[in-house]
Write a protein that binds this ligand. Structure first.
Ligand code: ADP
Ligand code: MG
Length: 242
């Protein structure tokens, strides 16, 4: 039997990828590579195209022009990728059962589901809340449960769309801690936020989107200390980009 290395979804490469809906251009000829390493954080004002970018990178939406490839492949089922949507929906079951359900869906054998679920619960800091109905958890706890559920797939890449939107500072910090723990495990995190402080705290790489275009991308430190574009300077300065 020949052993083949498991296919890797990285890098995820956008080549002149556009997304048009009727006469609106939502993403405009985006060329960019998402490579292994520290988190890539997408920033930009509302409507900039962050969610659409994430949907293309996940493979949920196809570009209307250009292409997106995963590890050089144009067709790559999302087995190695997971996504947490902005408002995750929980099953009407306990927190642990929500995770076991995701583990079953990911093909994890029954005997391994309980120990794996406990591990994931601990990773996201929900130990003690295993038997709580998922829908009775606070917003921040539900967001962490959604993270654990996404991790049940054992993904190479984890997409998070504004994971801390509408959370208070303590809940935000808890989520950011989980994101750091996930990244430390070697999982590539690609996330959006409209919180500049969060981008600064988490990003290895920044992608600034505005009106469907990549205005600037590169190392986070360089971006925050010396943005190369006028839009970048204004965005960091707290000005509204319209
Ligand atoms: N399916 C769609 N049909 C029409 N317009 C859309 C669709 N999806 C997104 N848009 C529009 O595209 C723009 C970018 O959306 P989005 O990717 O959600 O941006 P962001 O996440 O940065 O706020 C917004 O103006 C939005 O209204
Ligand atoms: Mg969005």
């Amino acid at each position: 039997m020949t052993m083949r290395a498991p296919a890797c979804d990285l890098p995820i490469v956008f080549e002149q990828a556009s997304c048009r809906v009727r006469d609106a251009t939502i993403l405009d000829r985006v060329s960019l590579a998402l490579a292994a390493g520290a988190p890539t954080v997408l920033i930009g004002p509302n409507g900039a195209g962050k969610t659409t970018f994430i949907r293309l990178a996940m493979g949920l939406t196809a570009p209307t022009a250009g292409r997106v490839t995963w590890g050089g492949r144009e067709q790559a089922a999302a087995v190695h990728r997971a996504i947490v949507f902005q408002r995750p929906a929980m099953l009407r079951r306990s927190a642990a059962a929500n995770i076991r359900y995701a583990l079953a869906a990911a093909g994890v054998p029954r005997a391994q589901r309980r120990p794996r679920a406990s591990e994931l619960i601990a990773l996201v800091g929900l130990a003690g809340l295993e038997e709580r109905p998922a829908r009775k958890l606070s917003g921040g706890e539900q967001q962490r449960l959604a993270l654990a559920r996404a991790l049940a797939k054992d993904p190479q890449v984890l997409f998070l769309d504004e994971p801390t939107a509408s959370l208070d500072p303590a809940a935000t910090k808890a989520i950011e801690d989980v994101i750091r723990a996930v990244a430390a495990r070697g999982i590539k995190v690609v996330m959006s936020t409209h919180d500049l402080g969060e981008a600064r705290r988490l990003a290895g790489e920044i992608v600034l989107l505005h009106r469907g275009r990549v205005i600037e991308s590169g190392a986070s430190e360089a971006f925050f200390s010396a943005p190369r574009t006028e839009e970048g300077r204004r965005f960091i300065g707290g000005e509204l980009l319209i």
